[in-house]
Design a protein around this ligand. Structure first.
Ligand code: NAD
Ligand code: GLY
Length: 376
């Protein structure tokens, strides 16, 4: 597509969920044409935008310009994971009500996974459900959190324990906005990109081994290809299993470890979500190898790629104190992926060959954590 903005090409990935179907549009310059993209969804020309203070400073005016006359009210919440809890959530919902957002209106989430999850949940409960549009501004949000309809906030009991499935009506992933993202946040999102290769596409993992450095340096073509491929993989899984009764759990590769580590670090900047996913993927492959499910080559290759990209790979890469192995294991037991008190892990028979296991021996996990913590 060439249209006079710097939008050269838009890829479209459809998420086919019957009456809840929608498109994910991916390309550089989509923010500048947001009005055109969103207008067909509007009953009246106004939107309410939830964002965070950092993103607002960088991209909110561009969105206002791109909306070309569509009235925009906005609320900027503090940036960071701590926002994803009851206080900021109730502030956001009350603000939407004060702005008189009605059942047929559209809420827009402009930001990373924190804003997307919170705004999506706000839309899910506001007046028993209003539609929303995701405009993800981090790599993590573009490849994962903006797609698939998982919305929610954290509880003192753990991560994402309060929420709802609520699909967006449209996702606009503007590749150009990633250019203001700090390198650490970009690499954190890259953890989720690698996850797709590891869980179901060895060829994609090979492509990432070759193209990851170009992606990190800002190559837009490579970035767009990686986002498109990741979104398409997620869309196919979500279509098979929208509410995570089965296959969708594959998307949680690395997440049981990650959620325990995030809780252990107080959801702080000591460990970003995608960094936890990367460490969690390395641990899941190590556990798979110890259980005799895959060769030693697989975890070594995973670790080598993460290291080559300059990412966190080991628990030892997390600064500061952590609980002992039993403490981490108890955090895992609070995870949503616990079924009848049994820990559910995503394990792998090799790169691109993940599966869900409900029968992982607790002592194998404990020993793995002991060794990982001893490496500190
Ligand atoms: P985030 O939303 O906190 O964004 C990371 C940081 O980047 C923030 O400080 C933000 O202000 C800043 N930022 C965002 N866009 C920017 C830009 N373009 N330029 C400069 N700075 C920018 O974190 P995240 O990594 O995007 O998302 C993590 C969250 O996503 C976690 O809460 C996680 O649980 C959730 N998540 C949800 C799903 C899902 O399916 N719903 C999937 C994966 C992760
Ligand atoms: N990020 C995991 C999921 O969407 O299911």
């Amino acid at each position: 597509m060439t249209d006079g903005t710097d939008c050269v090409r838009v890829d479209r990935v459809r998420v086919d969920l019957g009456p809840r179907s929608y498109e994910v549009r991916i390309g550089a310059g989509l923010l500048a044409r947001a009005g055109e993209e969103i207008a067909p969804l509007l009953v009246r020309p106004r939107v309410a935008v939830l964002t965070d203070e950092t993103v607002a400073g960088l991209h909110l005016e561009a969105l206002r310009d791109g909306l070309r006359g569509i009235e925009m009210a906005s609320l900027a919440l503090p940036a960071g994971e701590a926002t994803k809890g009851w206080p900021e959530f109730s502030r956001a919902v009350d603000w939407l009500l004060a702005k008189k957002v009605e059942r047929r209106d559209i809420v827009v989430a402009l930001g990373g996974g924190v804003i997307g999850d919170l705004a999506g949940f706000a839309a899910a409960v506001l007046r028993r459900g209003v539609r929303f549009v995701q405009i993800p501004t981090t790599l993590l949000a573009q490849v994962d959190s903006s797609v698939g309809g998982k919305t929610g906030i954290n509880s003192v009991h753990g991560k994402n324990l309060i929420g709802a499935f609520h699909q967006p009506s449209l996702v606009l992933a503007d590749i150009a906005v990633l250019e203001t993202l700090p390198a650490r946040d970009f690499l954190s999102g890259y953890g989720e990109v690698v996850k797709y290769g590891l869980l179901g596409d060895a060829a994609f993992f090979g492509w990432l081994e070759a193209n990851g450095p170009a992606l990190a340096l800002g190559d837009r073509t490579a970035r767009q290809a990686a986002v498109r491929h990741s979104v398409a993989m997620k869309a196919r899984i979500v279509e098979r299993d929208e509410t995570e009764e089965g296959d969708r759990a594959l998307l949680n590769l690395g997440h049981t470890f990650c959620h325990a580590l995030e809780k252990a670090t107080g959801y702080s900047t000591r460990l970003l979500h995608g960094e936890g996913v990367a460490i969690g993927c390395a641990l899941a492959f190590e556990l798979s190898q110890r259980l005799g499910l895959c060769s030693q080559e697989a975890p070594s290759r995973v670790r080598a790629h993460l290291r080559a990209m300059g990412m966190k790979v080991d628990i030892a890469d997390i600064p500061g104190d952590l609980p002992g192995p039993e403490g981490l294991l108890s955090f895992m037991a609070q995870d949503k992926k616990v079924v009848d008190g049994r820990l559910r892990f995503v394990l792998a028979r090799g790169i691109g060959e993940a599966f869900v296991a409900d029968d992982v021996p607790g002592d194998a996990v404990l020993r793995l954590l002991e060794d990982a913590l001893a490496g500190r």
